[in-house]
Design a protein around this ligand. Sequence first.
Ligand SMILES: [Zn+2]
Length: 255
Amino acid sequence: MTASPDSPLATLWCPSPNREPRVNGRAPDMLVLHYTGMDSAEAALDWLTREESKVSCHYLVDEDGRITQIVREEERAWHAGQSRWAGETDLNSCSIGIEIHNPGHEFGYHDFPDAQMQAVEALCRDIFTRHPIRPERVLAHSDIAPGRKRDPGEKFDWARLAKFGIGLWVEPAPVSSELGLGPGDEGEPVATLQQELAAFGYGVEITGTYGRGLENVVEAFQRHFRPERIDGRADASTRDTLKRLLAAVQGTPVA
Ligand SMILES: [Zn+2]
């Protein structure tokens, strides 16, 4: 390991022992964004670089915008945990993980400061100069581990990032009082929803039954793409937003 970070934007280099070669030498083509969910960025850095934690990431972004590199981009960091996207389950091998300091839902979740967002934007764009990462492969930890993870959460400004060419975003359809599909529903509309979520990349089975697993995935989708209401129900706004995102990925206009 060299003594210098991959990114010129990283002003600190604190190597973590929690790393290994990427399986089959896989080149990263996914970006996973997290919040630390801890009291302070210092505590997070300590944890991410401690052998017994068995966790790490490639970069940590402090609230003031300071960037620390922890694992070389060519190596496999341990940030995704049990996760799934587009049929793959070893997401640590194909991704670069960025921890963005925020106490998170359990310790006083708050907005991400401007200086921190600017640093995240600059870092993502810098990573793109070394690795081709498609917009739809810039994901939240909650997208790849629905029901288990909520980070970086609904306060994370994905729309702002998209303005800088980072990640996929469409303006969410307006929320209405229509309840749509929800837990307990069954049949063709539920199967169609499951197919669309799976086509987008979410780990969802096509069962035709709206169970807890689907509710978790819909919540994860809303947290990222329709944060105004996160209730796990596939209302018209949620379904319409999903359809337009799918069309954007597939490069076809919505009929
Ligand atoms: Zn996370």
